[in-house]
Write a protein that binds this ligand. Structure first.
Ligand code: FAD
Length: 413
């Protein structure tokens, strides 16, 4: 089994994240799975701790806040990567995926409910200019892209942002906003002009409580039930012009690139969630198999071992591939190299094998896997979403195919 070492400087971070996952997230996992929509109050203490570490500078990459690409704040990777003098760097992207893997070994839904670590925070960290990054420091931001008629085809969003004086006026509906109820800001994708296509889509930071913004309902779900998922309506909702993230100019040549840059940062994070949850399932299944007298032997070919051991080895190799792809996507971002292809590869692989591994672990453990005595059935439910949001399995494969074949989104749909 390949097992690359965690960079030395991240070992304390990974160790801390593991302690939190083991002592705080795991013990509360079942409670908030059953008590859907109840706020996990234990997370307040944890958030205070993360804030304390951030202030002391010790929490680089503790979550969604650590995905800005360069120290200078410039966005987008340079094609050349770092100069030889700079060497390679293991930065905040790698730190984020490593700590997220640990936290999701604890509980994916609770990680998604961590105050001030929303997907909107990643968008702000990736796209905001320096003034905005400072102004929105410390907010908890959800991300609102999906609409009743628009999911994977996010270039077709119909929510509008109309300039009026010093404001933009937002009108439309957004659904499935993770942490929508608990966050204090929502990053909303809206179009400045539908006739100008994808280039006119911009993201806007909307503080909760802004007149015209209404939370309509919370969803009941298969998994990640400790994470709230909200729907919003925007009716003549005004936000100041300076809340538009990035460049307000509509540049057809730039296309969707500004808004999409966020995904290059967030897809490896979602892949990391799948990897963490899969590892939890594999570890528990290994224990259960061992109790049942099935030992995994790494010195013998899989086909000479029991069917259960051979299956386990196959699942573990899928896990390793997903793990390494995720590290690579994050490492490329840390080293200012383009990573769109690798981010989609990591998300596609980890999303798919995460669902497969967790469900096959239920199967290997039989009735114990299916019952609520263990968390295996919960992990199988939780991991499915990681193959759906931030771009489904099929959409990631489409992006990978386009990149490898050099086709545009118009040429390969
Ligand atoms: C729990 C939860 C949390 C979420 N959180 C957020 C959030 O915080 N913010 C947010 O904006 N959204 C969020 N979403 C929405 C999520 O991102 C979308 O569900 C996802 O993008 C898919 O869109 P859809 O559901 O409309 O499916 P569709 O786009 O309608 O897709 C349906 C099926 O068709 C496939 N498909 C679609 N297009 C193609 C194609 N071109 N080629 C091949 N197959 C295709 C898809 O892969 C999928 O299998 C969340 C969803 C859930 C369930």
């Amino acid at each position: 089994m390949i097992n690359l070492e965690t960079p030395k400087k991240f070992r304390p971070l990974v160790g801390q994240a593991h302690q939190v996952a083991m002592n705080l997230l795991r013990p509360n996992s079942r409670t908030y799975d059953l008590a859907e929509h109840t706020y996990p109050k234990e997370l307040d203490m944890l958030a205070a701790m993360v804030d304390g570490l951030s202030e002391s500078g010790a929490a680089s990459g503790a979550g969604a806040s650590g995905v800005r690409r360069t120290e200078s704040g410039s966005q987008g990777p340079s094609a050349q990567g770092p100069s030889a003098a700079e060497g390679t760097r293991n930065g905040s992207n790698l730190a984020s995926v490593l700590s997220i893997m640990e936290m999701c070994w604890g509980d994916v839904g609770l990680l998604l409910s961590m105050p001030r670590q929303g997907l909107g925070n990643s968008a702000i960290a990736s796209v905001a200019d320096d003034e905005q990054a400072e102004r929105f420091k410390g907010v908890w931001a959800g991300m609102a892209i999906t609409e009743p008629g628009v999911g994977s085809d996010s270039a077709n969003i119909s929510t509008t942002a109309t300039p009026d004086g010093d404001d933009y006026v937002i009108n439309g509906e957004k659904i499935y906003v993770t942490a929508g109820d608990r966050c204090d800001h929502v990053v909303v994708w809206a179009t400045l002009d539908r006739s100008l296509g994808r280039a006119a889509i911009k993201s806007f930071v909307v503080p909760k409580g802004t007149p015209g913004m209404t939370m309509e309902r919370l969803e009941h779900k298969l998994g990640i039930r400790s994470s709230d998922t909200a729907a919003f309506r925007f009716e003549n909702c005004r936000v100041p012009k300076e809340n538009l993230l990035g460049d307000p100019a509509v540049d057809p040549k730039q296309g969707f690139a500004g808004a999409m840059a966020t995904f290059d940062n967030t897809r490896p994070l979602v892949a990391a969630m799948a990897v963490g949850c899969a590892r939890a399932s594999l570890e528990l299944t290994r224990e259960l198999l061992s109790e049942a007298g099935v030992e995994i032997d790494y010195d013998r070919p899989a086909q000479t071992q029991s069917a259960a051991a051979a299956t386990f080895l196959q699942l573990e190799s899928d896990y390793e591939a997903a793990y390494l792809l995720t590290l690579r996507a994050a490492w490329l971002a840390d080293n200012r190299r383009p990573n769109s292809l690798e981010a989609s590869m990591a998300k596609a692989k980890a999303g798919r094998v995460g669902s497969d591994i967790t469900l096959r672990c239920v199967e290997l453990a039989g009735s114990i896997g299916y019952s609520e005595h263990e968390l295996l059935e919960k992990w199988a439910r939780d991991s499915k979403i990681l193959d759906i949001f931030e771009g489904t399995q099929q959409i990631q494969q489409l992006i990978v195919a386009r990149r490898l074949l050099g086709k545009s989104s118009a040429q390969l749909k």
